[in-house]
Design a protein around this ligand. Structure first.
Ligand code: ZN
Length: 338
């Protein structure tokens, strides 16, 4: 690929998507900032205590707990994505229990702290396990529904797909798959460990929530890459318009007055900005902006689309040197192909 700048943007985006954990995705983001945008050598060192890291929590845990916590984060990330869909019908997924395979649904109009919203007598425990959701579906658009309701994920999948679309159904599949992995990985240990880690995730909610959002960005961006490689039109790719809008809002049209009384362009990637971020939400916004910027800048040249590939062996995305013939990201993958 000839255009070096373009390739930089593409690599930035792809490295983030290819990362196996959210922590590594953020690290790839920081390392790429430093290496691709000429930040000081010290940048990674300076920033390592500033970004919302999950390592501080994970360092308290053993290896198997870390794996489990990672799965719990993935589960929470999928629930966040589902809730983006559910809010359309004024509902939210409160939680998913991987052992009973129940999801807990709650009306957004139901307020726990409000006396007027207390569950009725026959639902004193706050749960209704007998197909309440089917009833509430009928009531959609009507007033406050007592909640939350517990319902088997399998039992409502078709209804949810019909009501909220295929994307929501895909999220349910992902949720079920992660649930299976959680159930498998806890098969040999005390189930209460799962509950403890789930609580740990709640205790560090802000950081955990941030990582769940990062997971969401990875999933969205992976789908975008996948569909771009398939040759789908941009307007058919879920979330593409969202990233385009983000790009248009951050843009590269910002200008500042420099020391020599000149107006110079401001790069989106400026070292001091990242070192000054204080809020978790601001980190999320910076990462989203950078991903949107890199994606759109990369795709702006029609040709670059052809250079995007998925390795036939390791299934990672890469930018090919020879787009017509190259099927593998590196020699080892070519030699190990079947
Ligand atoms: Zn490979």
């Amino acid at each position: 690929m000839k255009n070096r700048l373009e390739k930089k943007y593409g690599q930035f985006f792809i490295d983030f998507v290819n990362s196996d954990t959210t922590e590594n995705a953020i690290l790839s983001f920081l390392i790429n900032l430093q290496q691709q945008f000429s930040f000081s050598d010290d940048f990674c060192n300076l920033v390592k205590n500033l970004y919302p890291s999950i390592n501080g929590i994970a360092s308290l845990l053993g290896q198997s707990d870390q794996t489990l916590l990672d799965l719990i984060l993935k589960k929470n990330g999928i629930i966040n994505r589902l809730n983006d869909r559910f809010k359309v019908i004024n509902y939210a997924v409160e939680s998913y229990n991987p052992f009973s395979e129940n999801i807990s649904l709650i009306s957004l109009e139901w307020n726990r702290g409000n006396n007027g919203g207390l569950p009725s007598d026959d639902q004193q425990d706050g749960h209704d396990s007998d197909g309440g959701f089917l009833e509430t579906l009928k009531l959609l658009g009507l007033s406050i529904v007592d909640g939350p309701v517990l319902i088997k994920l399998d039992a409502v999948k078709n209804e949810i797909e019909a009501l909220l679309g295929q994307q929501a159904a895909e999220c349910l599949d992902q949720l079920a798959a992660i649930g299976c992995r959680i159930a498998d990985s806890t098969a040999d240990v005390d189930k209460s460990r799962y509950e403890e880690l789930n609580l740990l995730a709640v205790e560090h909610r802000e950081v955990v929530e941030f990582h769940s959002q990062i997971e969401g960005i990875q999933i969205d961006c992976k789908q975008i890459l996948e569909m771009v490689i398939e040759g789908q039109p941009y307007d058919q790719i879920p979330n593409f318009d969202r990233y385009l809008e983000l790009f248009n809002n951050v843009g590269s049209h910002r200008v500042k007055i420099n020391g020599g009384n000149q107006l110079t362009s401001v790069s989106l990637f400026e070292e001091h900005r990242y070192l000054a971020i204080k809020e978790v939400d601001a980190w999320l916004q910076e990462i989203l902006n950078a991903m949107a910027f890199c994606l759109i800048e990369y795709l702006r040249s029609d040709k670059s689309r052809n250079y995007l590939k998925k390795c036939a062996t390791c299934r990672q995305y890469f930018i090919a040197r020879q787009p017509r013939t190259q099927k593998f990201c590196r020699k080892a993958c070519r030699l190990n192909s079947v």
